[in-house]
Design a protein around this ligand. Structure first.
Ligand SMILES: [Zn+2]
Length: 345
């Protein structure tokens, strides 16, 4: 899965809102909804004021102004879906639009992207996890990506095997959708997750592309909200509107994405490609919080070498484990997790 890389740093950041209020409820009176072509939007000033976070818009062609004193502002790119939200590189469902000198974010993104990223601890039923269903991608005749150093299916299984005891040591029950080198259908993988009480589903893959041999970095997917296009799509299709098992828990899945994402950027120095959305079968069919991690590119020589290194895979497994633990903590402490590092440091 490849996103469009945008040059974030060679652009101007315009201060579009400053922290004014610490509002804690999503009361209707706090929001001024603006209709554009029948869709609901909100200004970034409104969002900034609501969350008490400074917000900015990157406009192509200028000089970047940074928020030196603020750790995790909201940053958007004019005309783009790329954003930085609470320290996470995130892909909005809909691009930021400009109207009458104001920058507008879709209501879908406010509810489904910004809210679970800024206040993951407030997502309903978040962190309620006793069982982790680990899903090493591919298996058997389905090798996944074939690289010069080995198969994706083997690397994914090894990460799962390394992660299992780490989670068990934290008191979590672990179920693997496959324990060895055999084929398991996507439907069966989702069924295993759905049959386990208070479970979350974590699918482990490695990436590949024919378009850019230099593409590197990890990305994390959760299920695309109903009525929105996936990150790799620019338009809506008929399937974008249907309710799926994964739709019920898309906010929890987003919070899980964020927890694992922050742990990965804290522990693994490779470039991050951000938090994305997709309608992959394992995300669509699971009715429990679910994410799919692409742990780097097997098509890039240096990254492929890393992935083929068992110590590096151990590090990846440990980072995913910390992210899962942070997700569980959200439900216990009802406060945002500790951050290990930030992009702007
Ligand atoms: Zn794969």
């Amino acid at each position: 899965m490849i996103g469009t890389a945008r040059c974030w740093l060679n652009a101007a950041l315009l201060t579009a809102g400053i922290a004014l209020a610490q509002t804690t409820t999503l009361a209707g009176s706090d929001w001024e909804v603006i209709k554009v072509s029948g869709h609901d939007y909100l200004t970034i000033e409104n969002i900034s004021r609501f969350y008490g976070l400074p917000a900015g818009v990157v406009v192509a062609g200028g000089e970047k102004i940074r928020f030196e004193t603020v750790k995790n502002p909201l940053e958007f790119v004019s005309g783009s879906r790329e954003a930085m939200i609470n320290g996470a590189r995130s892909w909005l469902c809909f691009p930021l639009i400009e109207q009458d000198g104001k920058y507008l974010v879709s209501r879908t993104d406010l509810a489904k992207t910004i809210e679970p990223l800024v206040r993951p601890h407030r997502v309903a039923k978040v962190g309620n996890v006793q069982t982790v269903v680990l899903d090493p991608g591919h298996g058997g005749y389905d090798k996944g990506q074939v690289s010069r150093y080995g198969y994706e299916k083997d690397f994914a299984l090894d990460v799962g095997r390394k992660l299992r005891p780490l989670l068990q040591a934290k008191g979590l029950r672990v179920i693997m959708t496959r324990e060895g080198d055999y084929f398991v259908s996507l439907e069966v993988r989702a069924k295993i997750a759905n049959a386990a009480r208070n479970s979350i589903f974590v699918s482990i893959h490695f990436n590949a592309t024919n378009d850019d041999p230099n593409a590197t970095g990890f990305e994390i997917f959760s299920f695309t909200p109903r009525g929105a296009p996936s990150t790799s799509d620019t338009a809506l299709t008929s399937s974008s509107y249907s309710m799926q098992p994964g739709s019920e828990v898309d906010a929890q899945s987003m919070a899980l994405s964020a927890c694992i994402y922050h742990s990965l950027i804290g522990h693994i120095p490779e470039y991050d490609r951000g938090i994305k959305r997709a309608r992959f079968a394992v995300l669509r069919l699971t009715k429990v919080p679910a994410v799919l991690i692409e742990g780097g590119f097997l098509t890039e020589r240096g990254e492929c070498k890393l992935i083929a290194n068992k110590d590096w895979r151990g590090k990846l497994a440990a980072a995913i484990g910390v992210g899962i633990e942070n997700y569980r903590t959200l439900g216990v402490r009802k406060q945002p997790p500790m951050r290990i590092t930030g992009h702007w440091a």
